[in-house]
Design a protein around this ligand. Structure first.
Ligand SMILES: Nc1ncnc2c1ncn2[C@@H]1O[C@H](COP(=O)(O)OP(=O)(O)OP(=O)(O)O)[C@@H](O)[C@H]1O
Ligand SMILES: [Mg+2]
Length: 454
């Protein structure tokens, strides 16, 4: 797993401006300290400091090891102890005593003068206030004006307070949703003098580092290469994605059926990312793929998602079954038609080799074609898939009827949704935590990446 630190670019650039002040607010456990330390790890090193009030420098290393690795010990100013003694093996952090306000202010002032343009992160404001009294920020702003340094306050409360109006930038961290399906969001409430294109970014604290996500976008590929398949096991087909295999506990069981529920505002490109790696994995391993496209998806859409990443020969192992909407006569008679497919069901399943096929069905297309008989058709598919140990996936779009019915029939129930432009993946059966969907093309073919939201 890759523990990449990232923070919205606008926030980073804002903190590069001279003499700015930013307030980071959020309830307990929303990631304020991880954001503050991640900021420190990303921003110019020598003149940025983190002043800790609640937790001493040594405990910071234990609680946030990955981000602390990227921070030099002299960037941590320990204001958590009245009397400072060095413990065995401890490298001395900077130390500011808080025995009284004037001493504290004097020491901080010195620090600000030592380094030009210094950035000081105070975690937390309440910590300092409980030691040195309310409204200490008046003095801190004064020091800032005097020295031109930059200040970041961390505050443990969400409510609006006077300080909200005084700072140049205000950032709120939130945890939204229910306990077993939550998202973390960084909301930029203001950044004076900055034009904001986006003000809310989902993020994760996975690994104890801060990582934000930009709206989903397919990367451009410079050179397309053949898909490198992942191995199946005795009992499971690989999904073609290491991350998805892991989430599902080793891939899709052979002979199983999957429901992929596609939420509002999800583009075809986006939901294809869940299905395409599995199709490519089958094709690259000499197996077959059968597709009944969803309404609005053409055979060209399907082929163009697959053809660049497999050998020419593999194209012969893709069957696309379509309804032609009465336009059959315009097409060559060799096309596979949905009606025929249905009438030849038994025949098809009889001929199929065990463990040889991945079939993807747009449930809306089946519904239009078979209406009242849908349950019967699904049962026939389920039966065939089980018997021949194949894999079938049904795609159902937002707003469709009967999701629950289908969900009860299948072995896996996956769901993708959009939040602030980011695609969130959830496995409802088996239960997983939500993940952020990204696609990496670094190897020349699509690799689906899922990062847990924790
Ligand atoms: N290694 C880790 N892996 C996954 N999540 C982690 C890890 N370390 C911390 N977290 C998550 O980060 C949360 C705490 O983050 P952080 O300490 O930054 O919050 P905070 O807003 O500063 O809280 P407080 O108000 O208590 O100071 C934890 O509740 C936990 O969910
Ligand atoms: Mg904290």
């Amino acid at each position: 797993m890759d523990f990449k630190i990232s923070i919205p670019r606008v926030v980073e650039s804002f903190l590069e401006k001279p003499s700015v002040s930013v307030l980071i607010k959020g309830k307990p456990g929303t990631g304020k300290t991880i954001l503050a330390l991640s900021l420190l790890a990303m921003i110019r090193k020598q003149n940025s400091f983190y002043l800790t009030t609640r937790v001493n420098a040594q405990s910071l290393k234990l609680a946030y090891p990955l981000v602390m690795e990227k921070i030099q010990s002299n960037q941590i100013i320990d204001a958590s102890r009245k009397i400072f003694t060095l413990q065995a093996g401890e490298t001395p952090p900077q130390f500011i005593g808080y025995s009284d306000k004037p001493t504290f202010i004097k020491q901080l002032y010195q620090k600000m003068l030592e380094e030009e343009d210094s950035l000081i992160i105070l975690d937390s404001l309440e910590g300092i206030q409980s030691l040195l009294g309310e409204n200490i920020y008046y003095e801190l702003f004064e020091l800032q004006r005097e020295t031109g340094s930059r200040l970041v306050f961390v505050s443990e409360y969400e409510e609006r307070k006077e300080l909200d109006y005084m700072v140049d930038g205000l950032i709120l961290l939130r945890r939204v949703g229910s306990d077993d399906n939550f998202l973390r969001e960084l909301q930029i409430i203001k950044l004076r003098g900055t034009c904001l294109k986006l003000n809310t970014y989902p993020f994760t604290l996975f690994g104890g580092v801060f990582r934000h996500f930009e709206p989903f976008q397919l990367p451009t590929i410079s050179e397309k290469k053949a898909f490198q398949p992942l191995p199946d096991t005795e009992s499971h087909f690989s999904t073609g994605s290491k991350d998805l295999d892991e989430v599902l506990g080793g891939g899709y069981r052979k002979g199983s059926t999957v429901l992929l529920e596609v939420g509002k505002n999800i583009s075809r490109e986006a939901y294809f990312q869940i299905v395409v790696p599995t199709a490519l994995n089958f094709l690259s391993r000499g197996k077959w793929v059968m597709v009944v496209p969803s309404l609005g998806t053409s055979r060209e859409n399907v082929l163009s998602a697959l053809s660049n990443f497999i050998q020419e020969e593999g194209l012969n192992r893709i069957t696309i079954v379509e309804k032609k909407w009465g336009l059959e006569k315009l097409y060559k008679s060799t096309q596979n038609l949905l009606e025929e497919f249905y009438y030849q069901f038994e025949e098809i399943f009889r001929k199929i080799e065990p463990e040889s096929h991945f079939a993807s069905f747009g449930l809306d297309s089946l519904l239009v074609e078979f209406e009242g008989n849908l349950a019967e058709v699904l049962e026939a598919i389920l039966y065939g898939v089980q018997k021949k140990r194949l894999l079938a996936l049904f795609i159902i779009k937002y707003g469709a009827n009967g999701i629950d019915k289908v969900a009860n029939m299948v072995d896996y129930h996956l769901k993708i949704e959009e939040r602030g432009g980011v695609i969130i993946f959830n496995s409802l059966k088996p239960k997983s935590t939500p993940h952020i969907v990204e696609v990496d093309y670094a190897q020349g073919y699509p690799q689906l990446e899922l990062t847990p939201i924790v």
